[in-house]
Ligand binder design. Structure first.
Ligand SMILES: [Zn+2]
Length: 278
């Protein structure tokens, strides 16, 4: 009996704490609702990035500093965020070399950097549909359509598959409108947007609808025909169109913007990409 009473007393004494916990929970839910409303209204996440604590090894940092043009152009604050994201990516994904290719530290950093570049405007930057990065030295035979590929995203195997030769050429030549890494990461991002309901995915779906709407505009169609600005492959299907659009956005922003300002602006909103002169 004595014990019972004591327990009862304890509960009364704890009540204010319990209220506090409920209040914090409530505030958190309210914040998430506000965050969603804000992203819908302003086409960008309220906060892109909260914490920065992960560090790259000096050898990894050297690769970014010496070889990755986008990183060189970022502000100090964004550089710190970028390093954190690249470190997280390298930790999370499994890199596998194919046909006796040995995956080096440099390869990991550069693949992570291209992925994190495309998702840099997003809060959710991690590509949950990718678990493996398979790297072949050159073109590889793909069972999907029995042909040789330079890259593919295979959702069933949760794998991003690339030819290192093509990947390297893609990011090194920054203005030829070909970027294999950006292309394949966009496929993964778009499929995630279809399946997931997070802030960035909803923004993606909304802006992609805007892009499709634009494509029904006769004036725009005429201009696409007339300028032949985007390479033919873009018109294979919706997914290839978006992947090629991302390549052009990253590699030729000025040209893209001057030819197709509305398409450019929807792509920019879709990626929330406002860094380094974009
Ligand atoms: Zn493709």
């Amino acid at each position: 009996m004595m014990l019972f009473l004591q327990a009862d007393e304890n509960v009364t004494w704890l009540a204010p704490y319990a209220y506090t916990i409920v209040l914090i929970g409530f505030a958190f839910v309210l914040f998430r609702v506000f965050e969603g409303w804000y992203a819908g209204k302003y086409n960008r996440p309220l906060f892109r990035h909260y914490f920065v604590f992960k560090k790259l090894k000096p050898s990894q940092l050297k690769v970014l500093q010496e070889e990755f043009y986008f990183y060189q152009k970022l502000s100090e604050k964004h550089k710190r965020q970028f390093r954190h994201r690249v470190a997280t990516f390298i930790e999370d994904k499994k890199f596998v070399g194919r046909e006796k290719l040995e995956v080096t530290e440099r390869m990991k950093v550069l693949v992570a950097a291209v992925g994190c570049m495309l998702s840099f405007g997003r809060k959710n930057y991690e590509y949950v549909l990718i678990e493996y990065i398979l790297i072949y030295p050159g073109k590889f035979y793909s069972a999907i359509n029995q042909d040789y590929h330079k890259g593919e995203f295979n959702p069933r195997e949760k794998a991003l598959v690339i030819s290192w030769k093509s990947f390297e050429k893609g990011y090194k030549i920054t203005d030829d409108k070909y970027n294999l890494g950006i292309h394949e990461f966009m496929h993964a991002m778009q499929l995630e947007a279809k399946q997931s309901g997070d802030l960035d995915s909803s923004r993606f779906v909304k802006q992609f609808q805007n892009i499709l709407k634009q494509l029904t505009d006769q004036e725009l169609k005429d201009k696409l025909d007339e300028t032949r600005f985007f390479r033919e492959y873009a018109f294979t299907n919706q997914y290839e169109f978006m992947a090629v659009l991302a390549e052009y956005f990253i590699e030729a922003p000025t040209e893209f913007k001057s030819h197709f300002p509305k398409l450019y602006s929807h792509t920019q909103d879709l990626l929330n990409f406002r860094f380094a002169g974009y």
